[in-house]
Design a protein around this ligand. Structure first.
Ligand SMILES: Nc1ncnc2c1ncn2[C@@H]1O[C@H](COP(=O)(O)OP(=O)(O)OP(=O)(O)O)[C@@H](O)[C@H]1O
Ligand SMILES: [Mg+2]
Length: 261
């Protein structure tokens, strides 16, 4: 079994709709994956499975060498860092930035009890500093810009020192400078050997951070291609994934795609 993720024929069905269709996927320690695919392809659903927050309808999901269905997910979840829009929406408006991060240690949003361990507060403060958010630690989360919120969410996802980091569209809503800042930070994280395995969902090839090692392309709940990044991010694969003829170019580890006319 792969040490981080081992998905075999994982399907998720809701009513008449197949959200994931027999997905096979292996992720090993040290790997940095990017997942691309059109709206509705099933990327967020796949991340929910990988985060032990959604049970497959059929198939086998192995996460950090535990099999879903045979493990207490509440013990597994702290080993996985997740940043997603759905999670951000659960953060109370007046929640202070430091608490947004600290509460991850307790698997909750909303500071629901006093007296957190000092060590936890120190770790949260350290992470916020690393992500350039130290000066804003007492600001209400709701008052932050989109870029600032994204960095706080990543710091929160890293709070439990996870073995797997899942980031669902951390670049959404960022301006050009914000995107470039995020790509640089994620690129540094990718090259940090002590960092967990990373899975990043994005809509934009421009957001693939240099240093990422693997890619998966999804369409209609299925996998179009998966494997080493340079082999997967080809014009042919991306054209099939997005259903239009694309030209793809790579320059100094950065990718871009444009429609071919
Ligand atoms: N409970 C549900 N019942 C029926 N369909 C659902 C349900 N939840 C999600 N879907 C559908 O499953 C499909 C996959 O959704 P998912 O959120 O995984 O896509 P995605 O690749 O993350 O898309 P996006 O890029 O827009 O975020 C979508 O068509 C969505 O409408
Ligand atoms: Mg999504």
């Amino acid at each position: 079994m792969s040490d981080v993720l081992e998905l075999a024929a994982v399907s998720v069905v809701r009513g008449a709709k197949t959200l994931l269709d027999k997905v096979d996927w292996q992720v090993n320690e040290g790997e940095r994956w990017v997942i691309l695919g059109p709206n509705g392809a099933g990327k967020t659903t796949l991340l929910q499975v990988a985060a032990a927050r959604l049970h497959p309808t059929s198939g086998m999901a192995g996460i950090l060498e535990e099999v879903i269905g045979a493990v207490d997910v509440f013990e597994l979840r702290p080993r996985i860092g997740l940043s997603s829009a759905a999670l951000a929406n659960q953060i109370p408006e007046d929640e202070k930035v430091l608490n947004v991060v600290v509460t991850a240690a307790y698997g909750v949003t909303g500071r629901w009890r006093e007296g957190y361990e000092k060590a936890d507060e120190r770790r949260a403060f350290g992470l916020l500093n690393e992500w350039g958010m130290g000066p804003l630690l007492n600001r209400p989360f709701a008052s932050l810009s989109e870029g600032e919120r994204k960095r706080v969410q990543i710091a929160r996802a890293l709070m439990t020192d996870p073995e797997l980091l899942l980031l669902d569209e951390p670049g959404a809503g960022l301006d050009l400078a914000g995107r470039e800042d995020l790509v640089r930070r994620l690129s540094e994280l990718a090259r940090d050997e002590s960092a967990p395995a990373i899975v990043l969902v994005t809509h934009h090839l421009e957001e693939v951070p240099p240093g990422f090692t693997h890619a998966m392309l999804m369409r209609d709940g299925g996998v179009v291609a998966a494997g080493p990044l340079t082999e997967v991010l080809t014009a042919e694969n991306l054209s099939e994934t997005f259903g239009l003829p694309l030209a793809v170019s790579a320059n100094a580890g950065r990718y871009t795609a444009t429609a071919r006319h």
